[in-house]
Unconditional design. Structure first.
Length: 80
């Protein structure tokens, strides 16, 4: 059974035609090659996953408190 959407279809015929074409050709999208070396991507991701935890382990409690205070002040500044 097809999925039902709560969104209404576009009233403009051009937009409706584009939507129908998009739905009809959804499975025909070719695999895009980003041009990146998969091994390099994996290595970068591995380093990125380690980076935050390693940085946090090196911080002193006073520096962590300063960072947290600055973040809290930035969040509260958005509300006013």
């Amino acid at each position: 059974m097809p999925e039902r959407s709560s969104k209404k279809r576009p009233r403009d015929l051009n937009q409706l035609a584009a939507k129908i074409t998009e739905i009809a050709t959804e499975g025909d999208k070719p695999e895009t090659d980003s041009g990146k070396n998969p091994a390099a991507v994996a290595l970068g991701r591995l380093g990125g996953k380690k980076g935050g935890a390693a940085r946090a382990a090196k911080l002193t409690p006073s520096v962590r408190r300063a960072i947290a205070t600055k973040a809290a002040n930035a969040r509260w500044a958005k509300r006013t």
